[in-house]
Each structure stands twice: as structure tokens, then as C-alpha cells.
Design a protein around this ligand. Structure first.
Ligand SMILES: Nc1ncnc2c1ncn2[C@@H]1O[C@H](COP(=O)(O)OP(=O)(O)OP(=O)(O)O)[C@@H](O)[C@H]1O
Length: 590
């Protein structure tokens, strides 16, 4: 909680005023039993109706002022806690945006969502309750004890014994439940993860008729969370019966002792009622305190999780100004003995990769599934840093670029086409917010998306829904390519981004990209030979290693892996190899 304190600092005034008004309310609460005692001992004892009515109005006035104080306290507490939560959420969101892919992979989206939403809400709730009740409850308990002493010392001694025992009970339960709340939040992460996976993959689940298995898996996670919640709930639920038993025993003792005091004339009946009222106030406040402590426990566990995100440091450092390497005017991308392993993964995804891509060249990357193609291109815009070797972009080490500069030079179209809620125009302007409609149409035409956009009502104003769910896979791919082209990048990376296009569109798009204005270097990742055959250089990936590089013709001569891929896609062109038996017979005859 301490680490989040700075977010509450702008609300210092509200954080002081809220408990202050709550304390004022307590003063009126504590005076009520005294006034009631006066009504009994003076008004009722002397049958003085005027006095009773007068005191009745005093009680009403006290209640009204108390209520006003309570409302004011609630207003300030809400202002501080809501303001705090807004700033924390914003700070978390900003911080997450600054984290590198390595941290995002390690943390995972599910926990980030739970922490950004549910955990922040719990902390907000804790602050609201804490500001109003954390001081109020102890003040009532202590105030009621002090008032009891002013009435009768012997009876008040019962309070002195009871209250510390109650505190011990409340705090013991609190200590047991703190670690359990952390487990509950972790369980919530798991259920959120399952929910997300099942909802986003609902079509696949239906296509494979796996509804039952999905429901079972979800039920299991949900049951586990329920079991944990029930366990924590049972421990917390012990609080009320335990405190009630203790308070009731204390009340019995109080009435027994007060009765004796009344008999010997040390105490009046009204004062006994006041003592009883103070005992009742203590029990109510202790129960409130107990539930407050549970809420605060939860919110402290959540505050730790929120602070945990803010404490994650990005493993990627950026230079304030560009490095002063000697810029090579001819070189677009250069990999020098690059080795890369994902955080927590056992084996390297890229091993000792070395190649050069000149400006204006088209580089094809081909290889089997999981051979490292996407990983290789993700090092160019510095989504990850290699553990060994150097990646240079335009002759400068990728690590020496100031933040944001590298991505302004590189346009990346990833395997999964992601569009955001908003118009087509809004989505395309992510590439360049200054782009005119003419620029957008140019990019759309190159991306072969002209007919797609023209067919949509409102054309550029057509509203794309969240995740682009009102567009087909191929339409989304074309629009994401157009988005990358709008930024007029020096380096364009298409990571298997043409897979959802038909052959004719694929060919037209590759032709249009080959004719792009300027000296654009293009990386084309593809599973299909036809997609990269014309490239100036082809990189052949095999299990994280560069099995070969060169033109199609060169690789057909020198690279066995490339030949294998080629003949698997064009089996009719595989040369007929002489059978071993034929060879042996021929040899023997000779
Ligand atoms: N975020 C990640 N964390 C850990 N390992 C990863 C991660 N992304 C990829 N890998 C692993 O790295 C290896 C290379 O993956 P990559 O996505 O680069 O392959 P690819 O050649 O692009 O495959 P595909 O053609 O199927 O897209 C694989 O073994 C994969 O399991």
C-alpha cells in the first residue's frame, strides 16, 4: 500500500476531511447515551414532561448534525478513493505500454486485466472504507470506554478486560486471512484466463464439438476458486459469532455488577442504560471494524498485486539520443551472429543468425512451422533484444535508437490481423495521423483493399467493430497491410500476412509492394515458395538456424532444406531418383 501512497497525495485535503467529519459524527454518537440517561434519571424520575420533550429535540438535532457529518465524510472519501483509482489505473496502463514484449509474455494478459480492473476496484473500496471507518471505530470504542469510566469506574473495568480480548480475536483472524486473499486473487486470474480463452475461441470449441470439455475445465477452475473463497469466508465468518459471544458475556457481567451498584446507591437506572448503550456501541463498532479489516486485508493484497505491476522494470533500455555508429547508407538490416531465447524457454529460437539486407531489396523468409521466422523479423523493430550478436537497422544498432524512432521507420504486419474499434479511417491513421484521405486511398489500393473499402457503407467512415469482427480474415489482412503502408516505412515486414488472400490477390499485392515508391526494403515471411520465389534474397530457416541464403536459383543448387520445401510443394518437379537396386545392378554389369 505504501508504494501506492503517492497516488493519494493529490487528495490529501479529502483524506484529512473525510475522517475528521467521521470523528465529528462520533462525538454526537457518544453523547446520545448520556442524553438518554438524563431523560430517564431526570425527566422520567421527576415526571418532568417539558424536560423530556426538550431532550427529545436535542436528540433529533444531534442526529441531524451527525447525518450531515456522515454525508460530508462519504463525499470526501468517495472523491479521494475514486480519484486515487483513476490515477492508479492510468499509471498502470501507461506502465504496461512501456514494458517490453519479454515482460508482457512473462506476466500474461489475464493477470494484467484482473489487476487493472478488479484489484484496483478492491483498493478503491478499501480506501473509501478506511478513510471513513479506520479512525471512527477505534475512536468510538475508546470514547465509549472513557464515557463508561465517567459514569462508574467499577463497571467500566469490565470494558477494560473485554475490549483487548476482542482486539486479539479480530487481529488473529485478520493475520490468518491475509495470505488467503492473495490466493483467491490468483485463482481469479486463472478463471479470467479460462473465460477469455473460451470466449475468444468459442468458434473453434464449437467446430471441434468440445463444449463439454470446455465447460468441465471451466467448472474445475471455478470450483477451485469457490472452494478457496468458501474457506476464506468461513474463517472471516468466525469473527461475528466469536465477538458476539464475548460481548454478550461482558454485557451479562456488566448488568450483574451495575445492578449491585444501583442497589447500594452508587448508580442510577438511567446510567445503567447508558453503560449498556456504550457496550452496544462497542460491539457494533467492533463488528464494523472486523469487516473493515477484512476489506482492508483484501485491498492490501490487491494493492500489492497492483504495485507488483508498477514495480516491473522494462528489460529494454532506450537511448535518449541516437547512437553515433557509422551509418551505412546501403544497408537496411544486418544480423551479426544473432542468438535469441524467449524468457523462460529452454531452447534458443534463433541460433547464430548472420545475414545482410540491402536497401530496396525484397527478402523472403521461408521455413517449417516453429522454425523461427516470426522471431527473426520481430528482432528488427526491436520487439525483443537478442542475448548474443547484434541487429543493425540502417547501419545503426537497434539498441541505439531512441524509443519510438525505430517503429516510425518500420511497418510491421503481423500474422494475426488486429484492428480496433473505430472507423476504417481511424484504424489506418495509426500508421500516420497526419495522412490525408488521398494517402489512405493510395495505401488501400496497394494493399488490394480498394474494392473492400468501396463496398462498405460510408467507405472510410465504415465502423470497424472490436477486433474487426465485422470483417473477414482476408479483408482484415488487407486493411492491416494498408495501415502499415500509410506510415510510408523504409522497412516493411509482412509476417505471413498474405495467407488469407486468394492466389490472384496475393500475386497482385506482392507486385504492388515490389513497385512501392522509394527505396523500401521488404521482408516477406511465407510458408509458400510462390510467395518468396522472386525475392532478391531468401533466408531458409530450420529449427532456429539459418539453413541457407541466396536467390531461388542459388538455393535450388546449394540448400537441401530449400529443395525439400520446394519439392514438397511442387512434387511433380522432383527429379526421378534411381532406385538403389537399379544402381547396384548397373554397377555389377559394369
Ligand atoms: N512468446 C514466446 N515465448 C516462448 N517461446 C516462443 C514464443 N514465441 C515463439 N516461441 C517459440 O519459438 C520458436 C519459433 O517460433 P516462431 O513463431 O518464430 O516460428 P515460425 O517459424 O514463425 O512459425 P510459424 O510458421 O508456425 O508461424 C517456436 O519453437 C516457438 O515455440
Amino acid at each position: 500500500m505504501k508504494r501506492l501512497e503517492k497516488f493519494l497525495r493529490p487528495y490529501r485535503r479529502e483524506s484529512i476531511l473525510a475522517p475528521l467529519f467521521k470523528l465529528l459524527e462520533v462525538v454526537f454518537d457518544l453523547m446520545v447515551p448520556v442524553v438518554v440517561a438524563q431523560i430517564i434519571d431526570v425527566g422520567v424520575a421527576k415526571n418532568d414532561r417539558g424536560y423530556i420533550v426538550e431532550m427529545f429535540f436535542v436528540l433529533l438535532l444531534m442526529a441531524a448534525v451527525g447525518l450531515l457529518c456522515s454525508f460530508t465524510a462519504q463525499f470526501f472519501a468517495a472523491k479521494a478513493s475514486v480519484g486515487f483509482a483513476t490515477s492508479v489505473r492510468q499509471a498502470m496502463f501507461d506502465h504496461i505500454q512501456r514494458l517490453s514484449f519479454t515482460e508482457l509474455d512473462t506476466l500474461g494478459t489475464d493477470t494484467l486485466i484482473t489487476r487493472l480492473t478488479d484489484d484496483v476496484n478492491q483498493v478503491q473500496n478499501g480506501i473509501n472504507m478506511g478513510l471513513r471507518l479506520l479512525l471512527r471505530s477505534p475512536f468510538v470504542v475508546i470514547g465509549a470506554m472513557v464515557m463508561a469510566f465517567t459514569i462508574n469506574v467499577r463497571c467500566a473495568l469490565i470494558f477494560v478486560v473485554t475490549v483487548p480480548i476482542l482486539f486479539v480475536v479480530v487481529f488473529s483472524i485478520m493475520l490468518i486471512s491475509i495470505p488467503l486473499f492473495k490466493k483467491v486473487q490468483a485463482g481469479l486470474d486463472r478463471v479470467t484466463g479460462l473465460t477469455r480463452e473460451n470466449l475468444t475461441g468459442v468458434r473453434v470449441i464449437r467446430a471441434f464439438c468440445r463444449e463439454e470439455q470446455s465447460v468441465e475445465e471451466f467448472e474445475e477452475g471455478n470450483r477451485e476458486l469457490t472452494r478457496l473463497n468458501e474457506f476464506v469466508g468461513r474463517i472471516s465468518a468466525l469473527l461475528n459469532p466469536l465477538t458476539y459471544v464475548l460481548i454478550n458475556v461482558a454485557t451479562v457481567l456488566l448488568i450483574a455488577r451495575a445492578g449491585v451498584q444501583v442497589n447500594i446507591g452508587n448508580l442510577q437506572q438511567g446510567q445503567v442504560v447508558a453503560l449498556y448503550n456504550y457496550m452496544a456501541q462497542i460491539i457494533v463498532e467492533l463488528i464494523k471494524l472486523a469487516s473493515l479489516i477484512i476489506t482492508l486485508n483484501k485491498s492490501m493484497a490487491c494493492a500489492d498485486r497492483v504495485a507488483g505491476i508498477l514495480d516491473v522494470k522494462s528489460s529494454m533500455e532506450y537511448k535518449a539520443v541516437a547512437g553515433n555508429d557509422k551509418v551505412d547508407d546501403n544497408m537496411a538490416v544486418e544480423f551479426n551472429h544473432v542468438t535469441f531465447t524467449y524468457e523462460g524457454a529452454g531452447a534458443s529460437s534463433l541460433s547464430d543468425i548472420t545475414f545482410r539486407a540491402k536497401k530496396g531489396q525484397t527478402i523472403g523468409i521461408i521455413g517449417g512451422t516453429g522454425s523461427g521466422k516470426s522471431t527473426l523479423v520481430s528482432l528488427i523493430p526491436r520487439f525483443y533484444d537478442p542475448q548474443e550478436g547484434i541487429v543493425k537497422v540502417n547501419g545503426v544498432n537497434a539498441k541505439d535508437y531512441p524509443q519510438g524512432e525505430l517503429c516510425s521507420e518500420i511497418g510491421v504486419v503481423q500474422q494475426r490481423s488486429i484492428l480496433f474499434k473505430g472507423s476504417i479511417r481511424d484504424n489506418l491513421k495509426w500508421g500516420n495521423d497526419q495522412a490525408s484521405d488521398e494517402d489512405l486511398w493510395k495505401a488501400i489500393t496497394i494493399a488490394q483493399a480498394k474494392d473492400v473499402v468501396e463496398a462498405k457503407p460510408g467507405k472510410l467512415d465504415f465502423e470497424v467493430e472490436q477486433n474487426g469482427r465485422n470483417l473477414s480474415g482476408g479483408q482484415k489482412q488487407r486493411l492491416t497491410i494498408a495501415r502499415a503502408l500509410v506510415s510510408k516505412p523504409d522497412i516493411l515486414i509482412l509476417d505471413d500476412s498474405l495467407s488469407a488472400l486468394d492466389f490472384a490477390t496475393d500475386a497482385a499485392l506482392r507486385k504492388a509492394i515490389g513497385e512501392l515508391e522509394g527505396n523500401v526494403t521488404t521482408f516477406l515471411v511465407s510458408q509458400r515458395i510462390s510467395g518468396i520465389r522472386q525475392a532478391d534474397k531468401i533466408l531458409v530457416m530450420d529449427d532456429g538456424e539459418l539453413a541457407g541464403q541466396g536467390t531461388h536459383e542459388e538455393l535450388m543448387e546449394t540448400c537441401e532444406t530449400y529443395q525439400e520445401i520446394y519439392y514438397s510443394q511442387f512434387p511433380e518437379e522432383r527429379p526421378v531418383v534411381m532406385k538403389t537396386s537399379e544402381k547396384t545392378e548397373k554397377g555389377a554389369a559394369e
